[in-house]
Design a protein around this ligand. Structure first.
Ligand SMILES: Cc1ncc(COP(=O)(O)O)c(C=O)c1O
Length: 397
């Protein structure tokens, strides 16, 4: 049977979809590498990478095979039992994360990983206050929401959220003043993603580490968007040589399969006991098999190094465009293949995702006026550069 048309889908969905998000007028049916195809058979280059998720591209054959294979063996068990995919994954995570991060727990979404991280910090310190940063994003569950530094997300639910403290991202003085003996942890993204691809000053994470240590507070690095090779290192904290006490991963970890993790040091791990956390799908073997395949492909195809090199060239081309078109670009920011181009004109910026569709490109704009590119780490240059040229053209009305 043929797929319904876009118009049919829009009309039918209107009756049943809970309208908590806006949609763009595209209905996707398939993807391969950095391209996706819609119900009408039109192809798009996907510079959103499924929201920074499809690190190895859409439907990488190794990922499809690993999921199919595991699906035919064992899709679900409970955390009461051991499975080999989960064992392989937690061993691998200990290998690719900074030395000292030895323990992990697998969950299904980034928000869930953040919940686990906040709970861990409370268990390890006995404290209840968290310090977070303006512009941050940590997921839409109540715990995550309570530390999101964006009023538009938090305000609607403020009445049912625990009150946390917020400081400007990158501001060490403000952080030092906010962190005290009530602080369980500072939670921070090594590069803010949703907040506009904000890269902090070089000394930021090392000094945050010191501020936390002095106050007996923990440092939580939320690497859900920056981890798994995205910034040109396995983890973005590696750029500064800092080891957090607690770490969250998601998005690229499953390459499209919903899986995330929260991880910690031995010191933190020894403060928990059975019953502190759990979850029906925690450690799900299908999810773990998917993540194992993603990590293997990233390693085999050298995608961490590729993200570093390609990201540099991408920012270089953006600089070139900005130089040749004065007044269009306000700034260019990013690390590896998490890149933001802040436009001077917010109205043009917000119009770009919709106009890009007509030009065969999927692209995201965040924080009002920042065109954010977080494509697959293995996006072919033949796809990336023409799509980037399209984005450049769209920066003009
Ligand atoms: C840094 C960060 N933390 C947490 C989340 C929430 O992850 P999820 O949408 O998988 O719940 C996101 C999602 O964008 C994120 O970027």
């Amino acid at each position: 049977m043929a797929d319904p048309t876009l118009d049919e889908i829009v009309a039918r969905e209107a009756a049943h979809f809970l309208p908590v998000v806006n949609r763009l007028p595209v209905a996707l049916v398939s993807g391969s590498g950095s391209r996706v195809r819609d119900v009408a058979g039109r192809e798009y280059v996907d510079l959103t990478g499924g929201w920074g998720v499809t690190a190895i591209g859409h439907c990488h054959p190794a990922l499809v095979e690993a999921i199919s294979d595991q699906a035919g063996r064992l899709m679900q068990t409970t955390n009461l039992f051991y499975t080999v995919p989960q064992l392989d994954l937690i061993e691998k995570l200990a290998e690719i994360t900074p030395e000292g991060i030895t323990r992990s727990f697998l969950v299904s979404s980034g928000a869930e990983a953040v919940e686990g991280a906040l709970k861990l910090a409370h268990r390890a310190t006995g404290r209840r206050q968290f310090v977070a940063t303006h512009g941050s994003f940590h997921g839409r569950t109540l715990g995550g929401l309570s530390v999101i530094g964006q009023a538009r997300h938090r305000e609607r639910y403020a009445a049912i959220l625990p009150e946390q403290q917020f400081v400007p991202y990158g501001d060490l003085d403000a952080t030092a003043a906010a962190v005290g003996e009530q602080t369980a942890a500072v939670i921070v993204e090594p590069v803010q993603g949703e907040g506009g691809v904000n890269v902090p000053p070089e000394r930021y994470l090392p000094e945050l580490r010191e501020i936390c240590d002095r106050a007996g507070a923990l440092l939580i690095a939320d690497e859900i968007q920056t981890g798994i090779g995205r910034t040109g290192r396995w983890l973005a904290v590696e750029h500064s040589g800092v080891t957090p006490d607690i770490l969250t991963l998601g998005k690229g970890l499953g390459g499209g399969f919903p899986v995330a993790a929260f991880l910690c040091t031995e010191d933190v791990a020894k403060t928990v006991e059975p019953g502190d956390h759990g979850g029906t799908y925690a450690g799900n073997p299908l999810a773990a098999a998917a993540a194992n395949a993603v990590l293997a492909v990233i390693e085999e195809e050298g995608l961490v190094e590729r993200a570093a090199a390609l990201g540099e060239e991408l920012r270089g081309r953006m600089q070139g465009f900005a130089g040749a078109n004065p007044g269009v670009v306000a700034s260019i920011r990013g690390r590896g293949l998490l890149v933001g181009m802040e436009l001077a004109d917010a109205e043009i910026a917000t119009s770009i995702p919709r106009r890009a569709i007509d030009a065969g490109v999927l692209v995201n704009v965040t924080a009002g006026n920042v065109v954010r590119l977080f494509p697959p780490l293995n996006i072919p240059e033949d796809d990336l550069w023409p799509a980037l040229d399209t984005v450049f053209q769209l920066t003009r009305p």
